[in-house]
Design a protein around this ligand. Structure first.
Ligand code: AMP
Length: 218
């Protein structure tokens, strides 16, 4: 009997955009996570199952073998550190960017030029710390877990570092994007031990995903 393969996904954009890649590998998830309360979803392949975890928990599940493989954003991977994970593939899905945004009436350029201490609210403290350190800008980082956009509006912070996709959320909150830190897409991550022990089942899956990835337009 072949070993069970467990794939960790988070609900929402990553789940939705991973489905076509799974289909290319002959895998169909048999329940809709938006309609079911189940955390473990069966697939049409008796030896493949999907576990639903928070986006930030995907690398942890895969690192410690709670899942054999998973799909996670580059942002989440950087914050996690990526240790113990084999990262064979950029799936080029859930694309967005990490940017710095401020209130429309905040003079970011002057604040940075004058060397003032910037109060930056973010969930992405590693990315923000490295980015501002490289620019030589002194920052006080304020760790938040959600609704970063609120921080400059309430005076909690001067700036935020957050994911931006269409820019609509920033616009709706009178914030402007002042710097683009990095482009983000989701990656396939694989548990290193599973890659060896379950190689016969995992390899064809990885190959099918690789073939199905849409390249980034030039
Ligand atoms: P948007 O209004 O399209 O710029 O989207 C911004 C909001 O969606 C922010 O609250 C982001 O945290 C979130 N967001 C955008 N892209 C992604 C993504 N690829 N993964 C997770 N959250 C995202």
């Amino acid at each position: 009997m072949s070993p069970t393969i467990t794939l960790a996904l988070s609900k929402g954009r990553i789940f939705d955009e991973t489905l076509p890649l799974l289909a290319a590998a002959g895998i169909e998830v048999l329940e809709d996570p938006e309609k079911s309360r189940k955390l473990i979803l069966p697939t049409n392949q008796p030896d493949v199952r999907v576990v639903l975890v928070r986006a930030t928990d995907v690398p942890t599940y895969v690192e410690h073998g709670g899942a054999d493989l998973g799909v996670t954003g580059k942002d989440t991977l950087i914050e996690h550190g990526g240790q113990g994970l084999y990262q064979p593939l950029d799936l080029n899905i859930a694309r967005c960017r990490v940017s710095v945004a401020v209130r429309a009436d905040f003079d970011y350029a002057s604040a940075v030029r004058q060397g003032s201490r910037l109060r930056v609210a973010t969930k992405y403290t590693s990315i923000a710390r490295d980015f501002f350190a490289a620019k030589g800008v002194h920052v006080d980082l304020i760790k938040l877990y959600g609704s970063m956009e609120l921080a400059p509006l309430t005076g909690l912070a001067d700036a935020i570092v957050d994911l931006v996709s269409t820019g609509n959320t920033l616009k709706a909150n009178q914030l402007v994007e002042v710097e683009r830190i990095m482009d983000i897409s989701s990656r396939l991550v694989v548990n290193q031990a599973a890659l060896k022990l379950k190689q016969a089942r995992l390899r064809p899956l990885l190959d099918a995903f690789a073939k199905a990835v849409t390249p980034i337009p030039a």
